[in-house]
Design a protein around this ligand. Structure first.
Ligand code: ADP
Ligand code: MG
Length: 750
């Protein structure tokens, strides 16, 4: 009797379960097969007809502003000079006029707080006058400054010690734009975000300061070669990798929604081993989505140029034509937002996480960086004449020296919980910062190192025949001389910082790069000047210091396979830092060296560095904490119930076979599966319990650094162990019982 009741109970439970819980996965698959992407994307026959149509560019400004207002705006963009309130009123009126002509009703200050995403607070142009009459208004005050509630953004303790409020301030160097969300149009004003006492609370403010620091130092060095240079601008062309998956399937994966990555999931039978995705045609549904977000991006003035499949299934990449750095960073932040929004229209879900799926490649962001003069010279492009080549060599060697001297700061600048999954795995540049320059330039540097100021021996004579000046331009033509495993690679006329995470805001890592470059260039100038003062010819002095720099920074150059085990060993022998985890990599942010450096160049104060350190640690530990919770929840609410239900099926089966008199050998398979499942169920349960205890004890620690280290060393190791058993269960349990969409479905169904 009891058995009968129990059987009936299990049978009912089974049906109820099937209808409610499981349906999300199977509903998503059903929807997928029946869904047609009925979104029509009208692409213009020429991109130029829509490019920048939603941007208050200088051309548009010219049409809408008085001579005075326009002149003031352009000179502020050029020199950073402040715009006075009266003129700001005129500019605001011009902007409103333009925006209203396009149907815009609201405006917002658009900024990039340290959360990593962009933030907005919309206000209406509509307002009431004191007499109650309704008008549309947007004045210089509203354009120049706003007070969003700073308390909801990370400040790393600055708020506690200083002022509770923060404000946003207009950055005229990045043009205002109109964002089209749903059917509402909003005028967005790019701004910096600072505390009331002036501390930076965002990515843009220090970036702008670092751009200025680099400009100053680089112009001085340029004057050795060309007195006409009056401005040097940093340039950036980012390559953005991302995954796109079906929205229904993503919605059935709480881990993807909550953490951006899958915490469980057995590798599909087919992964990326066939390497067929990279060369394959872009799937139609994705292609429609791409055209749609590209069009939106063009309207916003984002000059997207390339799109293609990436190595992993469901992984893609897009890249724009490079731009002035500040604008490029804004455009990348904007693009990530636009992609995410446009995907929703197509019932797709964009994953910007560095490692959404175990076992296949993760995503990065390659930051192509260089410097350009206002005389039109790319300072990292080898020149055609001996004079310009020496200038190239100076900037090139200074960059290597900067990377050598500050590898720890660059490492800290790319540290995040997500990027820890990539750096150090065999798919992305390692956590060791090194630079790749290619065979030819290696020879050139060797020649310089051995040549200047020394007596020549026979071998040096051979080196001399290399003739730096004549041969460098050939490198430009050589696209095959590439190393894809280096975190910082010279690619002909720019350096490509390849270790940046796909979800990162480019602002901070570029701030660091600019600042260390500014520092190196200013030391270079001091040292060269000292030799010139002693009577050296300018060229000889430059070559002498370059030679010293090459010698001093040689150990950061590496031409081999950055993914290999040998490099890890070799780098250790060279004494290069190899910090694999974020909590420790972040230490250099608050080193004495960092404090002196960033303060000297007026980029970040001690207080701001301490605050950033705190924020990054908090971000890290919160990410790991959330992942831990999600793992616990999913294991408890989804994985174990499925496994137990299937256990019951097996038990019924075995009992039934026994009842009808079968020999134990005939249900041996069922029995083995049952005990394997039981073993993994126990493991999952025990490990989740232990992980929860580890979390609790990490939470008792006071300092964020201690906490972050505890999360890293004591909590995170459970993730893989739990996953191992869960992924085994995925293979053992009846497919129709499994609630979470599987890798093969998320990655290959579209
Ligand atoms: P590659 O094949 O070398 O990666 P691409 O032409 O695809 O070359 O360039 C990658 C990115 O580098 C693009 O965004 C491109 O605009 C950018 N880029 C090219 N020149 C520069 C430069 N001088 N400064 C910054 N970025 C650059
Ligand atoms: Mg590239």
């Amino acid at each position: 009797m009891l058995i009968l009741v129990a059987q009936k109970y299990f049978a009912e439970l089974h049906t109820i379960k099937y209808i409610t819980m499981q349906s999300l996965r199977f509903k998503a698959i059903d929807n997928l097969t029946s869904a047609k992407d009925d979104i029509k994307v009208d692409s213009p026959s020429k991109v130029t007809t829509i490019f920048g149509e939603n941007v208050f560019s200088l051309k548009i400004a010219r049409e809408h502003l008085s001579d005075d207002a326009f002149k003031s705006l352009t000179s502020s963009i050029k020199t950073g000079q402040k715009i006075d309130r009266n003129i700001a009123n005129h500019i605001a009126a011009g902007m409103r006029h333009w925006a209203q002509g396009k149907g815009v009703t609201h405006y917002t200050h658009w900024f990039q707080p340290l959360t990593g995403t962009s933030a907005e607070k919309h206000d209406s142009f509509f307002t009431l006058k004191t007499d109650g009459s309704a008008i549309e208004e947007f004045d210089g005050n509203a354009l120049s400054q706003q007070e969003p509630d700073a308390s909801s953004f990370p400040s790393g303790g600055i708020r506690a010690t200083f002022e509770a409020r923060g404000y946003t301030a207009w950055d005229p160097t990045s043009p205002a734009f109109i964002m089209n969300i749903g059917n509402g149009l909003t005028l967005c004003i790019p701004t910096i975000f600072v505390s009331y006492t002036g501390e930076c609370l965002d990515y843009k403010a220090p970036l702008l300061k670092s751009i200025e620091a680099l400009n100053k130092a680089a112009v001085e060095v340029c004057h050795y070669f060309d007195k006409n240079v009056s401005k040097v601008t940093a340039t950036l062309g980012w390559e953005q990798e991302y995954f796109v998956v079906d929205e229904g399937l993503a919605n059935a994966r709480p881990d993807l929604l909550m953490t951006g990555r899958t915490v469980f999931g057995h590798s599909p039978a087919k992964g990326q081993q066939l390497e067929d995705h990279y060369f394959g045609a872009i799937p139609e549904r994705i292609y429609t989505f791409m055209r749609d977000f590209e069009n939106e991006s063009y309207k916003l003035g984002i000059p997207l140029r390339t799109r293609h499949n990436e190595v992993a299934p469901a992984q893609f990449e897009c890249a724009p034509i490079y731009e002035e750095l500040n604008l490029a960073v804004d455009h990348n932040t904007l693009l990530m937002d636009v992609m995410t929004r446009v995907a929703k229209r197509h019932k797709l879900h964009v994953l910007l996480h560095e490692k959404p799926f175990a076992g296949i490649n993760g995503s990065g962001k390659h930051n192509n960086w260089s410097m350009a003069t206002d005389t039109g010279v790319n300072l990292l492009a080898p020149g055609k004449t001996p004079k310009t080549n020496l200038m190239f060599l100076a900037f090139f060697v200074n960059t290597i020296k900067a990377v050598h001297d500050n590898a720890d700061l660059l490492r800290a600048a790319i540290a995040s919980a997500g990027n820890d999954h990539r750096l150090g795995a065999n798919e992305a540049p390692p956590a060791i910062i090194s630079a790749y320059i290619g065979g030819y330039l290696t020879k050139v540097l060797d020649a310089v190192e051995k040549r200047v100021g020394d007596k020549f021996d026979e071998q040096d004579e051979v080196m001399l025949k290399l003739d730096i000046h004549k041969n460098i331009p050939e490198l430009l033509l050589d696209n095959t001389d590439r190393n894809r495993t280096s975190p910082f690679a010279f690619t002909g006329n720019k350096f490509e910082f390849r270790a940046v995470g796909s979800s990162a805001n480019c602002g901070y890592n570029m701030t660091v790069l600019n600042t260390i470059m500014a520092e190196t260039l200013s030391s270079f100038k001091t040292e060269v000047d000292a030799l010139i003062e002693k009577g050296d010819k300018k060229e000889v002095a430059i070559m002498q210091i370059l030679k010293n720099y090459i010698k001093a920074s040689k150990k950061v150059l590496f031409e081999g396979d950055g993914y290999s085990e040998e490099w890890q060993e070799e780098a250790a022998r060279r004494g290069l830092p190899n910090l694999k985890t974020t909590p420790l990599a972040l230490d250099s942010l608050v080193s004495d060296k960092a404090k002196i450096l960033f303060e000297k160049h007026k980029v970040l104060s001690h207080v701001e560095l301490e605050a950033r350190h705190e924020i990054e640690l908090e971000k890290y530990l919160k990410h790991v904490q959330i992942e831990g919770r999600v793992i616990g929840d999913l294991a408890g609410n989804h994985i174990l119930p499925s496994a137990i239900r299937y256990q019951n099926v097996l038990i019924q089966n075995i009992k039934g076979l026994k009842d009808v008199g079968m020999e134990p050998t005939s249900y041996k398979a069922q029995f083995d599966i049952l005990s394997e499942i039981s073993e993994h169920i126990n493991k999952v349960k025990t490990l989740v319990g232990e992980m929860t205890e580890a979390r609790k004890s990490a939470n008792t620690l006071i300092s964020s650094r201690d906490k972050a280290i505890a999360y890293c060393d004591k909590v995170k190791p459970y993730f893989d162990q739990i996953r191992y058993s869960v992924d085994k269960l995925e293979l053992l349990v009846d497919d129709s019982e499994w609630e979470l969409p599987k890798y093969r479905e998320i990655l290959f169904l579209r």
